[in-house]
Design a protein around this ligand. Structure first.
Ligand code: E4P
Length: 218
């Protein structure tokens, strides 16, 4: 399973990268705004800075909602760095844009996916990644994980190459469950990745080993 970090914060990206387990980054307009980035040139520079830290794919989202606008924006984003994946919303023109980018060899991440039908459309259009939002479904008493399971099963039925990218991950068990169900990727904040480290028995065990090691000192 690939781990992507879901942030535009360069320090968090650097920290996850240094842990040695990072396979890529996802951003969205809310995450970019949170970092105080404004203006097209600053956005491009920030995406480039992210690409310079990581080895894998970096999702950058288009703001346009019409086909022409999405194509122009997506091509400009893809020109920033070969690691850029154009993130496109699951709307009618978005599906057309994914088809276009796919025919041009530009990687895409279909975002804001909340149903199996939407995931099938994204795969048919040739999306590289499809992003079902687990947490936002759970927030409204829907079963986000059931959606991951259904998409994985259907993609396997037909050999779709689109990778399932579990998004809107809120806690470690979202990540663990998504892994169990065969999601190809999970994108999550840094605290979810580092949260996987934690177990009280590890801490207690290490404390005891270190105490016993002291007894061997001469
Ligand atoms: C990632 O691609 C999504 O934009 C992100 O995971 C959404 O997460 P949120 O629901 O916590 O905003």
């Amino acid at each position: 399973m690939k781990f992507f970090i879901d942030t535009a914060n360069l320090q968090d990206i650097q920290e996850a990268y240094e842990l040695g387990v990072l396979d890529g980054v996802t951003t969205n307009p809310s995450l970019m705004a949170k970092e105080g980035i404004s203006g097209l040139e600053n956005q491009k520079a920030h995406y480039k800075a992210i690409c310079d830290i990581v080895d894998g794919d970096v999702s950058a989202e288009v703001i346009s909602t019409d086909l022409e606008g999405m194509i122009a924006e997506g091509e400009a984003l893809a020109a920033i760095d070969p690691k850029i994946v154009v993130k496109v919303p699951m709307i009618k023109d978005g599906v057309k844009a994914i088809k276009y980018f796919s025919s041009k060899g530009i990687k895409t991440n279909c975002t804001l996916v909340f149903s199996v039908g939407q995931a099938i459309l994204a795969a048919k259009a040739g999306a590289t990644y499809v992003s079902p939002f687990i947490g936002r479904l759970d927030d409204i008493s829907s079963d986000g994980m059931a959606l991951i399971q259904d998409i994985v099963e259907i993609y396997e039925n037909f050999g779709f190459e689109t990778q399932v990218l579990a998004a809107s991950v809120r806690h470690t068990m979202h990540l663990v469950e998504a892994a169990r169900l065969g999601s190809h990727v999970a994108t999550c904040p840094l605290n979810v990745i580092t949260g996987l480290l934690k177990h009280p028995l590890t801490d207690i065990g290490l404390e005891k080993f270190l105490a016993d090691a002291k007894k061997m000192e001469v």
